[in-house]
Ligand binder design. Sequence first.
Ligand SMILES: N[C@@H](CCC(=O)N[C@@H](CS)C(=O)NCC(=O)O)C(=O)O
Length: 206
Amino acid sequence: MLRIWGRTNSVNVQKVMWAVGEIGIAHERMDAGLAFGVVETPEYKAKNPNSRVPTVEDDGLVLWESNATVRYLAAKYSAGQLWPADPGERSLADRWMDWATAHVQPDLTPVFWGLIRTPAEQRNMAAIEAAAERSAATWRILDAHLARQPYVGGQQFTMGDIPVGCFCWRYYALPIKRPELANLAAWYARLQARPAFRTHVAMPLT
Ligand SMILES: N[C@@H](CCC(=O)N[C@@H](CS)C(=O)NCC(=O)O)C(=O)O
């Protein structure tokens, strides 16, 4: 049985839970991180020295780093589906996982933390608005890409859609100004039609 440590409102835990839900892997999830603690205990640190969530255990193998974990689950349990069989096709999907970390996360995280996890009187609205504008410029890149195909890697939903899809939920759920991005919105609607997305990602931001 797959064991997953991590609170449900963590975007990095959501990536793993969504993949688990798509594949239908039997699992148990234990709350950990922020208010739940756990991550600083010696037992947890022995598994994940970063004291971060998620941490996953599969048959004695311990995994951390959410994107690497999604890749592992896709490769082991969803070859030919979440994990495209052809290395070239796989790379076209895979690069959007790194893109989410390298380009989406740096500007979206300060907006999320500023508006959702910072008391109103302590918010730096100028910094939040500037980050939201930079974030919009990043989403335009994916919007242009999605003019040519329904999913980030091509014609099929793959692991490549998962990290960036989790961030997209946050982007649309945040009370910020957003440009009209028709292709992004259509892809986002396709994600929302997926039961595993609705169960593990589409929840109020906390
Ligand atoms: N690069 C790591 C980042 C992990 C990370 O920073 N997780 C956050 C939650 S999204 C965390 O553990 N925060 C501290 C906590 O929850 O205690 C990954 O993708 O797994």
